[in-house]
Every structure is written in C-alpha cells, then in structure tokens.
Design a protein around this ligand. Structure first.
Ligand code: LLP
Length: 425
C-alpha cells in the first residue's frame, strides 16, 4: 500500500514537475499537492476496504479540488463545520455522502447541515439531541449516529488522543452516558439512529486499538439489541491511521488493518448474534499527508549558541505541528546538489518566538545558504488547515501537480486580503 512506501514527496520532481520550477512560478512558501498521490491513496483505501464507506476527514486539508477528487474516487466526506460543509456542497459534492461531526456544533453548523441535507449528524452530547430534534421539526427526518468513548488509549500524542475517558469528545460507554443518550434519541421520531461512531485518536500505528474498539462497540450494540430490540446498521471507526513523516518511521499497514478489523467485526457480531453492520472509516492524514510538500526559501543561516539556525520564509503559521506535538520532519535541499558533507542544523521559521522551529537537529549539506530552496515532505495534512494569521505574514498558496503540469488551487493570502478584513478605526 502507498502508505508503507517511502513518501515520494521529497523527490526533486513531483507529479512530473521540478519543485524548483514550482517555487519560481508561485513563489515561496508554497504547498504542493501531488494529485496522483492523493488519488492513489484513495484507491488504496477503496481496494483494502471493500464493502466499507470511506469518508475523507476534511479537517486534514480541504479545498475545492480535494472535494472534486474525493467525489471522483468514490469517497464520502467527514466535515466538522459549516465552512467545510458549505465548501463541499457548493463544489457539487452530494450532501447525503457527508457526515457532520463536532463536540460543540454551533446553530450555524446545524442549520447549514439541515438546509443542505447532510447525510448524517454525529451526536456528541446530550444537549444536542433536543436542539437537533427541534431544528429538524416534528415532520422532518434526520439520520444521526452517536459518538461513543470506548475507553482506549491510542494515538501519536496526548493532544490527539480521543478514545480515553478524560477528554472532551463523545459519550462514555462505561459511565452509561452513551446508553442514556441513545435512549433519548429513540424517543425522538424525527431522528433515525443509524449507528455508533468512535474516533480513537490520530497518528495511530498499531492495529490493536481498532480491534479493541470493535469489540467494545459491538458489545454495546448487543446490549442495545437486548434492551431495546435495536438493530444498528452502521459502525464508524473514525480515522487516525498513522503515516511515516521521515524515512524509516513506522506507518499503519492499511491492508492488515482492513483484514483484521473485518475479521474481528465478523467474529464479534457472530458471537453476539448480531448481523454485521456496515463499516465506515474516516481517514484524513493518510490520504492528504504524504501527498503534500511545503517549499521554503532560506532567508538566513546563522551560527549561535552552538547551533546552526537555518531560517526560512514560513514557519509556525503554516506548520504549527512541531510546536504543538513535537513532530519531527526531514527537510531536504532542493534545486542544487549541495556539498556532500552533512551538518546538523535546526530549521526555524520567521515568526517572533523561539518555539517557531520546523525541524531541530536535522542533517542538511553544510554549505546551505540564503537563497536555497528547502522542501518539507509529508506536509499535506494539518498544515494549511491549521494555518494561522500570526504576525500577519499571510497564508501560503496551494499548487497541484499532475502529469508534468502545475496549477494553482488556492492563492496566497495577500496584504490586500489582510488589510481588507480589518474594517475598524
Ligand atoms: N474522524 C474524526 C471524528 C476526527 O476527529 C479526525 C481527526 C479524523 C476522523 C481523521 O483523523 P486522521 O485520519 O487524520 O488521523 N491536528 C492534529 C490531528 C488532529 C486530528 C483531529 N481529528 C495533527 O496535526 O496531528
């Protein structure tokens, strides 16, 4: 599967286009998306997970082209805001193939979802049930799922673990909150409960937690059948599939995941006397991450305090991940060969704080100098979608490459954009 091979993203040429050419044409910093790689990853999922609804988690990165590619590749979408939802639907994505998430959905999120006819809404708190039922109205109808907390610890960093009891998402099974919410949903005739959802966390590299989640959720389904005669036709295991950020990093093997999850689901349902529900998964990072590359120009190289700091023209406003989760990247010199002897350097950004580090103690040619081009591979997920307006530097553009051609998908945020939002004084 694509996710277990070394990312192509670091190659000098991506999608048949030299990265140096992209930097020339669009300027830096710029994010490059390899359309072929995105599509290939979608196909890997569709092949590895037959009879499964694969939803792309839009929070990893969304733009109109992504929406279009997902539709063409036969995926659904997981969205978590009116913004993501509206972008998808106005691009022509079928709303019934969209699932809305969120632990605190705003009135606008719910209204937009109902207005656009979103397929399912995932209930994350008891108060949402009455709000949603009222918004749907007595004659309306809306499919919903319930997000449960399976009580499983998994994921690459404490901040992205969502399967444990001590975090904000979902309704606990062990405390009975999930069961209570389900009973309340069943009292609302306009809400049709189609299944249970869980999302364990992100950047998970082991299959085991997914198997535990299957057992835990099927266990709950069996109790719901006994107590309410309730047959739930769907089970959604969320996303979280881990990828390699550097050569040699561990990644989750999707074929193994698919095979073992299917076997566990079949067996757990058989022993509980349940019909096997339809499986849904929601990968984000594993589709977009390895298909993206960040390109920066070096602005300064400085030796101080025993370190060599290579400063580039982007930083934590386009990639907050090292600062937030301590993630490690493997930047590469692009566009010229560079000296053969490597030096350990720290690649930093241009922002006004010391934590603005892109990659600490990484090898780069020892003659790296201002004007050089650096590529940071595996930058397609949770970079631009988490980009901020810090220091008013403006968010970078996104270019897509395919078959030797590059095209602009999202333009650079200009000084005009920044100025025009500011309507005070
Ligand atoms: N489904 C739900 C309900 C989610 O909350 C998420 C991610 C996904 C699916 C997709 O997970 P993925 O396959 O991408 O791991 N900003 C963090 C990641 C946060 C993930 C949030 N939820 C990072 O940069 O690592």
């Amino acid at each position: 599967p694509a996710s277990t091979t070394e990312p192509r993203a670091g190659d000098l040429t991506v999608g048949g286009v030299p990265l140096a050419e992209i930097a020339d044409r669009f300027g830096t910093p710029v994010y490059v998306l390899d359309e072929g790689e995105v599509r290939e990853r979608c196909r890997t999922y569709r092949t590895a997970f037959p009879d499964t609804e694969v939803l792309y988690a839009a929070k990893a990165f969304l733009c109109r082209a992504m929406v279009h590619w997902m539709e063409e590749e036969g995926l659904g979408l997981d969205v978590c805001s009116a913004g993501e939802l509206e972008l998808a639907v106005t691009t022509g994505f079928p709303p019934e193939k969209i699932v809305l998430h969120g632990n605190a959905k705003s009135p606008r999120d719910l209204d937009t979802a109902l207005r656009l006819g979103v397929g399912r809404i995932v209930i994350d708190s008891p108060s949402e049930i009455a709000r949603l039922a009222a918004a749907v109205g007595p004659d309306g109808h809306q499919k919903v799922m319930v997000r449960v907390v399976p009580g499983i610890s998994a994921g690459g960093h404490a901040k992205i673990r969502t399967g444990t009891e001590d975090q904000k998402f979902g309704l606990s099974i062990s405390d009975g909150y999930a069961q209570h919410a389900i009973a309340r949903i069943l009292d609302q005739p306009q809400l049709e409960l189609t299944g249970l959802h869980c999302h364990l966390g992100s950047q998970i590299t082991s299959v085991k937690p997914y198997l535990s989640a299957v057992r835990r959720m099927v266990g709950l389904m069996a109790r719901l059948y006994e107590q309410h005669g309730l047959v739930l036709p769907e089970i959604d295991l969320g996303g979280g599939h881990g990828i390699a950020y550097r050569p040699g990093d561990e990644a989750l093997d999707l074929t193994t995941l698919a095979r073992k999850v299917r076997a566990e689901l079949t067996e757990a349902c058989a022993s509980a006397g349940l019909t096997v529900p339809r499986l849904i998964i929601e990968p984000g990072r594993a589709i977009a991450g390895p298909a993206g590359i960040a390109l920066y120009h070096v602005l300064s190289v400085k030796r101080t305090g025993g370190h060599t700091f290579v400063a580039v023209d982007g930083g934590m406003s386009d990639n907050p991940r090292p600062a937030l989760y301590g993630v490690r990247y493997a930047p590469r010199l692009i566009g010229r060969r560079g000296s053969a002897s490597p030096a350990l350097v720290t690649v930093v950004g241009r922002h006004c704080e010391a934590g603005d580090v892109i990659a600490a103690d990484v090898p780069l040619p020892d003659d790296v100098r201002p004007g050089d081009l650096l590529a940071v591979p595996v930058a397609g997920a949770y970079h631009l979608s988490m980009a901020s307006g810090y220091n008013l530097v403006g968010r970078p553009p996104v270019a897509a490459v395919r078959d030797g051609r590059a095209r602009l998908l999202v333009r650079r945020e200009s000084l005009d954009d920044i100025r025009s939002r500011d309507v005070g004084l």
